[in-house]
Write a protein that binds this ligand. Structure first.
Ligand code: ATP
Length: 365
């Protein structure tokens, strides 16, 4: 016997709504998660992540809409009958129980016999790297170890769906990064579906197959980490994930899914977000690491802007430059040292260049 999830559950939320009095915590949220996916609900504090997760778990009742697990509505299914493993930030281990008793608890609740329980707990503890810790109490464990116990308890009964709410939030950065990779590895090995809540964008980018980015109770964008990072649909997404240069202007022309703007007297082209028309106020977005210091030999012919170096900060593997353009805009440039960074001085005149494919044109508001 091993702890092998049958197959990750699919989850579908249809037009979920949740209000607490006058507060709309979740508004018109719809998404579909396939079996064995790792999906993260990401967003700023108060954007509705936990409320969404609690409705899937069955601890909050939706004001409207439906939730289907493996294509069956769970509207009238009690939390304990939803067959979901849960892990929270504060571990929620039983302090008076040993590690063994904590991990065995879900099996006892399900009336599994002693022999099966012993075997499953052993495998679960082995999976999370805690073999030999059976007799300890939670207070005798570090934070990281306690979180591993919580993880073992969530996977011990073969739940096809795990819900995690900021499970690594209380740990220091190094341990958090190690456990991120471990949780991801275990999820992949077990084939279990995970819905994971975090407000840490880096954590979401590292762990997720797909990210559901929430803002103000609604979904701002849903997609793979690279879709959200490279093709943000609006200003909120572009500024929430990573760093972006944003230049205001007017959309001059459109051609298919490309558009052009005039900035500092130069024509800049980029990929258009939906819903923009020529003449609209627009926002040009380009990431600092996509901009090169171009010279006459550069392959980048379009999207070139002259400017002056206003700031240059040495950050080990790159120089962080702030370049001011002729019309007063400022762009941050991440200039890798291996391109030769030693000869860039404050006040230098430079020519910036970046590819249209790395440029997004979004609605200004
Ligand atoms: P955080 O990252 O801070 O945990 P979140 O994105 O998980 O935030 P939620 O906890 O889902 O956000 O809360 C969404 C909104 O609903 C917030 O405005 C919050 O104050 C409100 N809210 C949540 N639970 C309740 C409740 N039980 N009663 C009243 N308002 C609530």
């Amino acid at each position: 016997m091993n702890i092998k999830a049958i197959k990750g559950a699919s989850v579908r939320c249809e037009n979920l709504q949740k209000s607490f009095g006058a507060v709309k915590a979740v508004d018109s949220v719809s998404f579909e998660i396939g079996g064995s996916e790792f999906v993260t609900l990401l967003g700023p504090s108060g954007s509705g992540k936990t409320t969404t997760l609690m409705m899937i778990a069955g601890f909050e009742v939706p004001s409207d809409g439906d939730i289907l697990i493996n294509d069956r509505s769970v509207a009238v299914v009690q939390p304990r009958s939803r067959d979901i493993g849960m892990i929270f930030q504060n571990y929620a281990l039983f302090p008076h129980m040993t590690v063994y008793q904590n991990v065995a608890f879900p099996l006892r609740m399900r009336g599994r016999d002693e022999q099966e329980t012993r075997q499953r707990v052993r495998i679960a503890l082995e999976t999370v790297g805690l073999t030999g810790y059976d007799a300890r109490f939670p207070r005798q464990l570090s934070g990281g170890q306690q979180q591993r116990v919580a993880f073992a308890r969530a996977i011990v009964f073969d739940a096809p769906l795990l819900l995690m709410d900021e499970p690594l939030g209380a740990l220091d950065k190094q341990l958090r990064q190690r456990l991120q990779l471990e949780v991801k590895r275990i999820q992949r090995d077990l084939g279990v579906t995970v819905i994971y809540v975090t407000h840490d964008q880096e954590e979401a980018l590292v762990m997720s197959d797909r990210i559901i980015l929430m803002n103000d109770a609604r979904i701002a964008q849903m997609g793979t980490p690279s879709e959200l990072y490279d093709r943000p649909v609006n200003k909120f997404v572009a500024s929430f994930l990573g760093e972006s240069n944003m230049l205001h202007g007017q959309l001059d022309q459109t051609r298919g899914d490309e558009g052009s703007m005039t900035l500092g007297g130069r024509v800049i082209t980029g990929q258009l977000a939906a819903g923009l028309n020529a003449g609209d106020a627009a926002l040009l977005v380009v990431r600092p690491e996509k901009i090169r210091l171009a010279d006459e030999h550069s392959s980048i012919r379009t999207n070139r802007l002259p400017g002056r170096v206003l700031e240059s900060i040495y950050v080990g593997d790159h120089l962080r430059l702030v370049v001011g353009t002729e019309d007063g805009a400022q762009l941050v440039v991440r200039h890798p040292i291996y391109f030769g960074g030693g000869d860039i001085n404050l006040g230098d005149t430079v020519e910036l260049g970046w590819h249209p494919a790395d440029t997004r044109i979004l609605q200004a508001s």
